[in-house]
Design a protein around this ligand. Structure first.
Ligand code: NAD
Length: 247
């Protein structure tokens, strides 16, 4: 039997990219996982919910507890991007990005709290970004939400310490997912460059090592943080950015 048998997790944005890789990896490791996403047509998704509302975040936690009887780990991962200068940034996109990438992680922590504190090893692992630590132009909402979620993680670590909660924010550089593939086209327009040049000169420009990270590499770090080896990591960014923030 796996050391994780009986452990349960809630993963948001589970349909594709990093969330699907995390869900698959945890299930392989013996976890029971409720994956949540906008639609439930992917095999990694067990609940369809739009996490920009309070009700959906409450329902996600309640559904995990209803199915598994307990909740040991919350992994807020769902995310969207919008690329535009501040002066032209659509206000509705700002609200949606903050709702999904900062308020949803807060609400999940709030609603999951009574269940997490009953776990013998409660964990909260937000999928943040190198953009939790450094900015890029034209991504004001994303950068603000990611900096915010790191602040939330630090606060959870302090408030949850007495209950044994470990809270961390995984901060990857660029990962090979649909979210990045969409950005290549958007950045090409903003910078007036071809898509090939955008990948090398814009997207990967801040990274010391010029490659995309694979979703499975992020899932491996999450699996480590959720396991016994992760027990000393709390209140910190866990940075895997190929040298981005070394400068
Ligand atoms: P992705 O677009 O592949 O996956 C994001 C998922 O979130 C999608 O399945 C989407 O349907 C879901 N989602 C969007 N809006 C939602 C909503 N309102 N309610 C519920 N689900 C919703 O993106 P990804 O690259 O796998 O990103 C996952 C996380 O990793 C995000 O928080 C992102 O900011 C972060 N991240 C990504 C990269 C990267 O380079 N791809 C780097 C660092 C951090």
């Amino acid at each position: 039997m796996s050391e994780h048998t009986g452990r349960t997790a809630l993963v948001t944005g589970a349909a594709g990219g990093i969330g699907a890789a995390i869900t698959t990896r945890l299930q392989q490791d013996g976890w029971s996982v409720l994956g949540v996403d906008l639609h439930d047509d992917a095999p990694t998704v067990g609940l369809a919910a739009d996490l920009t509302s309070r009700e959906a975040n409450r329902e996600a936690v309640e559904e995990a507890v209803r199915r598994f009887g307990r909740l040991d780990a919350v992994i807020p991962n769902a995310g969207i991007q919008h690329v535009a200068p501040v002066a032209e940034f659509p206000e509705d996109r700002w609200d949606a990005i903050l709702a999904l990438m900062l308020t949803s992680p807060f609400l999940l922590a709030r609603y999951a709290w009574p269940h997490l504190v009953r776990s013998d090893a409660p964990r909260y692992v937000a999928i943040a970004s190198a953009h939790a630590l450094a900015a890029s132009p034209f991504k004001s909402a994303y950068v603000s939400a990611k900096h915010g979620v790191l602040g939330l993680v630090r606060t959870l670590a302090l408030e949850g310490a007495a209950e044994g909660l470990c809270a961390t924010a995984v901060c990857p550089g660029y990962v090979r997912t649909p979210l990045v593939e969409g950005q290549i086209a958007a950045q090409a327009e903003v910078h007036g460059l071809s898509e090939e040049r955008v990948l090398e000169d814009v997207i990967l420009a801040p990274q010391a090592i010029k490659r995309l990270i694979e979703p499975e590499e992020v899932a491996g770090v999450v699996a480590f943080l959720l396991g016994p080896g992760g027990a000393a990591f709390t209140g910190v960014p866990v940075t895997m950015d190929l040298g981005w923030t070394a400068r």
